[in-house]
Structures are given as structure tokens and as C-alpha cells.
Design a binder for this molecule. Structure first.
Ligand code: ASP
Length: 446
């Protein structure tokens, strides 16, 4: 898949432009708020005729593709896993490892955001005002999400009566379920029949990705417009909350590495975490600078073999799978973002809904492409599912670059912990096989 949000073609990098859009929109919005005041005719006019529409066009471009993207990527993923499963027990173990670490990651993220409460910096009136102002399309879904108490009906309602209706209503779970069934069915029919459908889904995926690419070209202006609208009306406290949100995500990512992944390296891999991290530093640097698990893959395979001594058969199997399926950092980011934005827009989530946030974070992290910003379109879908207005995504997109770099790094570290665990449990690798520095063929390839 091409990188949807890497660059804008020529000149300045797209993420730099998006950040610039955020800063310009923010500076103008806060200035307007402080000098003219939110009720001034000029401010209202700019919001109605310039900033609002530009932001809306950008958002609608993203919304437009969420459902086909979710359907195609889930169906393709399951069809692919069907093949992998045929590869046997090793594949099953790998998938379980990916799933468990991703679920632990999402849970940790949720615990931390509920302790840190970055939304507390926003006055209650601002939150209520934001919801009133931006509810729009999401209003209807808030009702649904409020009615949704986690219980037996929640489980039953995951199975859609009519998948097209689910797609039209933005019911992500229904579309995911249909996608899962569709993919599973593709693995049981004859290859001759399955092949054209898989090729079609592949093409659909590529088309939708290209549309996301178009939308992202609008992102710098869309983000500027959306942030102007928010900051001209609600001033500065919201932005302090965003800074607190960024710190919360970063702390959760670090804790996941220090606690969960290090414990896995130590107990499951039987290797010193310090040695492990020092050996994979080239991978860490590559993931951090590219924000893409897919782009990091060649370095990953190389480092796993050269620096950790993982056999080719294991590295060549776990790491490509991990680069698209194992996204611990993305699950942390998604969980925290959904809770944070729900709070910012004054939407209370019950414990049952929080559990649903964890489940959705895990599923969408597995479904996200390993490219810069790969999880953003899926995140938009999850947000609306909980009644959070799409405008919220602008707040996150403006600061997403640093979060993307950091979560991608965690995603890739997770892949390597899986590789050494699988190698050890299959009896083909142990910490004793880690080459000593003198024996290494190449020292820390970039
Ligand atoms: N950039 C991430 C990766 O490649 C995906 C995402 O969370 O957007 O792993």
C-alpha cells in the first residue's frame, strides 16, 4: 500500500504543513478570541463561510472512505490469516501473542488516561459548549451510544441485520463483523472463486487509500480551519488539555515498553531487556524517523538476524506479519484518544463502553496499515461510534506527528519481542545465540 500521509509531493513535508496549519489556525483563533471575542460578527462570519466549510470538506473526505476501508481491510486481513493458519501452530502462537500484547497495551492506555485525566484542564462549560457547537452528525450517535449499555444486546447487535444499513449508519462493529465473515468465507470457498474477490478487495483497498491521500493533501487547511473554529470560540484552556493529552500518550507508550514488553523479553525471551534494546537500536531509530512499520521492515529483518541472532525462518515469518498486525503503540494511542476526546466533548462513557473502547482499539490497531497515520481513518470511525464529533480529530491530527513516530517505535519493538519469544518457544533460538559485539557482521545498520 502506498503511504497515504507521508509527503505532499514536493517541497515541505506534509506533516510539517499540518503542524503549520495547526499553529496558524490556533494563533489566529486565539487572537480572535482574545481581541474580538467569540460572539463578534467577523469571527462568526469567518467560522461560517471560511474556516468551518474548509474543515468540514476535509473531514467529510475522511468519513467518506471509513466504511469501505474498514470492510476491505478486515476482509482481506482475515482471508490472509486463513492462509497463515494453514502454516500451522507457529502462526497460531504468533497471532495469540500479537493479540494479547495489543490488548494489554490498550488496557494500560485506558488506565493511564483515567488516572492522568488530561481533560480536567478544560472547564466544564467549555466541554458542554463544544458538544453543543459541534455535535452535528454525531448527535444521533450520542443517543445510540448512551442507550448502549454493555450487555447481552450489545453482543447480539454486533451481528448486523443488513450490512449496508450498518455502513450507512456508521455502525463500525456491524461492518467489522460482516468483514470478518466475508474474509472467513473467502478462506473456505475454492481458490478459483476466491481469487477474483480478493483481487477486487485489494483494488478497493488501494482506491480508498488513494482517496485518503487526496484528503490528507487538504489536511493542513482543514486542520487550520477546524482549530480556528474551536480556538476562536473556546480560547486557550483546550490547548493546555491537548498538551496534557500528548504527555499522557507518551507516558503510556514508555510504560508499556518498560513494563510489559521488557517483562516479555525477560521472562518469555529469557534475555536481558537492556541488551535487547541496545541491539535493536537501529530499528528504534528507523521506526521513529519513518513513522512506518512497513518502511521499517527491511531494517527489522536485518537487525533481528544480525544483532539478535534470530533464525531467518522466524524473523522472515514474524516480522512481516507483525508490521501490519502487531500494533501495541497504536492501540494505546487509539484508546487514550477516544477517551480523551469523549471527555473533551462531555460524553460520559460507562465501564461497559470503556471495555468496548479497548476491544475497538485492538481490532482497529490490527486493521491499520503500517504507514504514517495509518490508524487515523479507522480512529475517525471509532470516534463517531461513541458519539464524539469528527471535529475532534483535528485536535489530534495537529499533534499527531510526534505521537505517530513514538507509537510506531513501540509497534516495531513489539514485533521483535514476538520474534525472540517465538524463536525460544520453538527451540530454535536462545539468548546465548545473540552474537557478541566482536562477532557481529555489521554494527547497527541504519
Ligand atoms: N504509523 C503506524 C505504523 O506504521 C500506524 C499508525 O498508528 O498510524 O506502525
Amino acid at each position: 500500500m502506498s503511504e497515504p500521509v507521508a509527503t505532499s509531493g514536493k517541497g515541505m513535508k506534509l506533516h510539517t504543513k499540518i503542524l503549520l496549519g495547526l499553529l496558524v489556525g490556533l494563533a489566529l483563533g486565539i487572537t480572535a478570541n482574545l481581541t474580538l471575542g467569540s460572539g463578534h460578527r467577523l469571527v462568526a462570519g469567518i467560522n461560517t463561510y471560511v474556516a468551518g466549510p474548509v474543515g468540514q470538506v476535509f473531514l467529510r473526505m475522511l468519513f467518506m472512505v471509513v466504511m469501505p476501508l474498514v470492510f476491505a481491510s478486515i476482509a482481506l486481513g482475515v482471508a490472509g490469516v486463513g492462509d497463515i493458519r494453514k502454516a500451522g501452530r507457529m502462526a497460531g502462537k504468533t497471532l495469540v501473542y500479537f493479540f494479547v500484547t495489543t490488548a494489554l497495551a490498550a488496557t494500560l492506555g485506558l488506565l493511564i488516561v483515567n488516572v492522568a485525566r488530561p481533560w480536567d484542564r478544560v472547564a466544564p462549560e467549555t466541554r458542554a459548549g463544544l458538544m453543543a457547537e459541534f455535535a452535528g452528525d454525531a448527535a444521533a450517535r450520542v443517543e445510540t451510544s448512551e442507550q448502549q449499555r454493555f450487555g447481552i444486546e450489545t453482543i447480539v447487535s454486533i451481528v448486523p441485520r443488513n450490512p449496508i444499513d450498518s455502513g450507512a449508519r456508521g455502525d463500525m462493529l456491524g461492518v467489522i463483523f460482516f468483514g470478518l465473515m466475508f474474509g472467513a468465507a473467502l478462506t473456505v470457498i475454492s481458490a478459483a472463486k476466491a481469487q477474483p474477490m480478493i483481487a477486487f478487495l485489494d483494488a478497493l483497498n488501494a482506491v480508498v487509500t488513494a482517496i485518503i491521500h487526496f484528503a490528507m493533501l487538504l489536511a493542513p487547511y482543514g486542520v487550520a480551519g477546524l482549530i480556528f473554529t474551536v480556538s476562536s470560540q473556546f480560547g486557550f484552556d483546550l490547548m493546555l488539555a491537548v498538551a496534557a493529552f500528548v504527555v499522557t500518550v507518551l507516558v503510556a507508550l514508555v510504560l508499556h515498553v518498560v513494563i510489559t514488553l521488557s517483562a516479555s523479553v525477560w521472562f518469555l525471551g529469557g534475555m536481558s531487556p537492556v541488551l535487547f534494546y541496545s541491539r535493536i537500536r537501529a530499528v528504534i531509530v528507523t521506526a521513529f524517523s519513518t513513522s512506518s512499520s512497513a518502511a521499517t521492515l527491511p531494517t527489522s529483518i536485518d537487525v533481528a538476524q544480525e544483532q539478535l541472532g534470530v533464525p531467518q525462518r522466524i524473523a522472515g515469518f514474524v516480522l512481516p506479519l507483525g508490521s501490519t498486525l502487531c500494533m501495541n503503540g497504536t492501540a494505546i494511542f487509539e484508546g487514550i484518544t477516544v477517551i480523551f476526546l469523549a471527555q473533551i466533548f462531555d460524553i460520559g462513557l460507562s465501564i461497559g463502553q470503556m471495555v468496548l473502547v479497548i476491544i475497538m482499539s485492538v481490532i482497529t490497531a490490527i486493521g491499520a496499515a503500517g504507514v504514517p497515520g495509518g490508524s487515523i481513518p479507522l480512529l475517525v470511525g471509532v470516534l463517531t461510534m461513541f458519539g464524539v464529533p469528527g471535529e475532534g480529530i483535528a485536535i489530534v491530527l495537529g499533534v499527531d506527528r510526534i505521537l505517530d513516530m513514538s507509537r510506531t517505535t513501540v509497534n516495531v519493538i513489539g514485533d521483535h519481542t514476538a520474534a525472540i519469544w517465538l524463536g525460544r518457544s520453538e527451540g530454535v533460538w536462545s539468548a546465548a545465540q545473540v552474537p557478541s559485539p566482536g562477532k557481529m557482521l555489521v554494527d547497527a545498520k541504519p
